[in-house]
Design a protein around this ligand. Structure first.
Ligand code: E4P
Length: 217
């Protein structure tokens, strides 16, 4: 499973990228707001740092304006993925932009039928939002499972990009089900390295080592 990092925070991306943990980046208007940066400038910096796909989201709501914004965003760098909302106009824009050879990430997907439409419109990535479904007491992981089954049934090449990942359990479930990619905030990716038994074991080893009175260096 590929790891995308869901942020526009350059320092956080750099730290994970140096460790080889970043296969791509996703941003959205809320993350751009949080960064306090200009979308074109910060996205360019991210694209220069990360080799994989970098999603930048359009903010227009009608297809023609989405297409124009998507073309402008795609000029930033070769690894830009134009992010479009899963609306009828978003699907129209997806068809046009993917037909031009641009990578497209269709976002805000909350049903398997929406994912089916995105695949038929030529999306490179479909982004089902797990956490936001969990927020309304719907199991987001069922959606990932359904999309996996449907895409496999018909051989769709659209990549399932599990989004709105809020916990380490989400990451593990996505990997088990077979999501192609997951995008998570940097804190969640770093938390994957932690386990209470690792902490407890290390604590005991340090105490016992101190008792030996030895040094390695
Ligand atoms: C994905 O592309 C979105 O930017 C993101 O995963 C949304 O996550 P949230 O629901 O935690 O805001």
């Amino acid at each position: 499973m590929k790891f995308f990092v869901d942020t526009a925070d350059i320092d956080a991306i750099a730290e994970l990228n140096d460790l080889g943990m970043v296969d791509g980046v996703t941003t959205n208007p809320s993350l751009i707001l949080k960064s306090g940066r200009n979308i074109l400038e910060v996205t360019k910096e991210i694209c220069d740092m990360v080799a994989g796909p970098v999603s930048a989201e359009v903010v227009a709501l009608d297809a023609d304006a989405m297409i124009a914004e998507g073309r402008k965003l795609a000029e930033i760098a070769e690894n830009i993925t134009v992010k479009l909302p899963l609306t009828w106009d978003g699907l129209k824009a997806c068809k046009v932009l993917s037909g031009e050879g641009k990578m497209v990430n269709v976002t805000l997907c909350f049903s398997a039928n929406q994912a089916l439409l995105a695949a038929k419109a030529g999306a490179t990535f479909i982004s089902p939002f797990i956490g936001r479904l969990d927020d309304i007491s719907v199991d987001g992981m069922d959606l990932i499972e359904d999309i996996r089954t449907i895409y496999d049934n018909y051989g769709f090449e659209t990549n399932i990009l599990a989004a709105s990942i809020r916990s380490v359990a989400h990451v593990q479930d996505c990997a088990r089900i077979g999501a192609d990619v997951m995008t998570a905030p940097p804190e969640v990716i770093k938390k994957l390295a932690t386990h209470p038994l690792t902490d407890a074991g290390l604590d005991q080893f340090m105490k016992d080592w101190a008792k030996t009175g030895q040094k390695i260096l």
